[in-house]
Design a binder for this molecule. Structure first.
Ligand code: URA
Length: 422
């Protein structure tokens, strides 16, 4: 077999055979298929697609490129959640300890932010001492002791995806439904979770801008999960405005802690409870109701133990940016738009995100939204506070907000429902 045959098959709109897929993934992982060849194949897949059998085999080959974790020694079922990424999406932080407090185990391998979207590991690293890298043995110990672990995927997990994702990122081949679905699902299946809830974000701040595309991605991932014996459910949820009021690493940790303390913005609480109920149902756990676990402090207890078990100090002061800048409402009326993408790019330019994978993030940088779409505002009242370590970052962040805010004298915003479909 050679790479050119595989590329030409897909370039001409053909189906890749199981043997072609197994060979090309294995040879690419070993460095035998060159980056430029895989890049051409990824582009052919982006343009011509893959059918269900091809996607299933592609995912299987990526899983087989590395280790597959096994949590069968635990005395409770495992369940996990994956979000396709958004702005202000801190849901994993309250969700993992909440689901653990209700009786399931949550072995979550998370990622870092890239571009305008945030990453769970960057958020947690704003807690003094917290460590993202754990060995499999350490993961097991934290899971046994606390019921939940959130950490970075080790190099041995789906190494084919690690290489391919980095390549897609620089070759304009990220936005392919079969490639996104197989990338996400290969890591989640290799992680060894028994059940999985996918939070597929829709809107300006998400990968999938339309409900139609999000539905297709969700259906592809649910089918892959089913093929691999992972009970998988997908929700389509809104990402046309930021989730909650806080966008940026430490700012989001503070908001997540408010939710665990029984407060927090209503949309963050609602989505956390909805996803918790789905995760527990998918795992077949019929224990405590998640709303009770938030109210009685048991989810907060798990959070504190989970953070401490990974070296973090749950009582440490969170980092605060050196500079702030208040954006005021330009008019009186109803806030009908606070665009997720605009706010996400602003937070990114303030230092909350990175431009290249190896860049550091500023933990205190980001934005706090003082009003949500649908609320009445008065001209001159604070609408957003921007935070950065260097005031020179404010002008470019403000430029990202151009057109992101709309206030009308009267009327209602045209927003996606928080949970669009299941
Ligand atoms: N997240 C992933 O892990 N892979 C993709 O392809 C897109 C989002």
């Amino acid at each position: 077999m050679d790479a050119i045959d595989v590329i030409v098959t897909k370039r001409e709109g053909g189906r890749l055979s199981p043997e072609q897929i197994d060979w090309v993934i294995d040879a690419y992982t070993r460095g035998e298929v060159a980056e430029e060849q895989m890049s051409a194949l990824a582009m052919a897949i982006l343009l011509n697609g893959m059918d269900r059998a091809e996607v299933a085999r592609w995912t299987e080959a990526m899983i087989r490129s590395g280790e597959r974790m096994d949590w069968s020694v635990l005395d409770r079922p495992t369940t996990d959640k994956h979000s396709t990424g958004g702005v202000g999406d801190k849901i994993t932080l309250p969700l993992a300890p909440l689901v653990a407090a209700c009786g399931a185990a949550v072995p979550q391998l998370s990622g870092r932010g890239l571009g305008h979207t945030g990453g769970t590991l960057d958020k947690l690293e704003s807690i003094s001492g917290w460590r993202a890298s754990l060995s499999t043995g350490e993961m097991l110990r934290v899971l046994r002791d606390t019921g939940a672990v959130v950490c970075a995927a080790g190099g041995g997990l789906a190494p084919a995806d690690r290489k391919l994702y980095a390549l897609r990122d620089v070759t304009g081949t990220v936005e392919s439904i079969p490639l996104i679905a197989s990338s996400i699902m290969s890591k989640k299946i290799a992680e060894g979770t028994g059940a999985l809830v996918l939070d597929v974000k829709v809107g300006s701040g998400a990968f999938m801008k339309t409900v139609e595309h999000a539905r297709e991605l969700a259906a592809t991932m649910v089918a892959i999960g089913a093929d691999h014996g992972v009970r998988t459910v997908a929700l389509l949820t809104a990402m046309d405005r930021p989730l909650g009021r806080a966008v940026g690493n430490a700012l989001e940790v503070a908001e997540a802690v408010q939710v665990l303390a029984g407060g927090g913005p209503p949309d963050v609480v609602e989505l956390t409870l909805t996803l918790a109920r789905e995760m527990l149902a998918a795992a077949g756990v019929d224990g405590k109701d998640p709303a009770d676990a938030l109210a009685d402090g048991s989810a907060m207890d798990v959070w504190r133990r989970m953070i401490s078990a990974q070296g973090g100090d749950p009582d440490a002061e969170l980092p605060v940016a050196r500079e702030s800048h208040v954006v005021t409402a330009p008019a009186t009326g109803v806030l009908t738009r606070l665009d997720a993408y605009g706010v996400g790019v602003a937070a990114w330019r303030l230092g909350a995100g990175r431009a290249r994978k190896e860049d550091p993030v500023s933990f205190g940088a980001g934005a706090l939204c003082h009003a949500a779409p649908g609320e009445r505002v008065t001209a001159g009242q604070p609408l957003l506070t921007l935070y950065a370590d260097d005031a020179a970052r404010f002008p470019r962040a403000l430029a990202a907000l151009d057109g992101a805010v709309e206030i009308v004298p009267d009327g209602a915003p045209d927003l996606l429902p928080l949970v669009i479909d299941r």
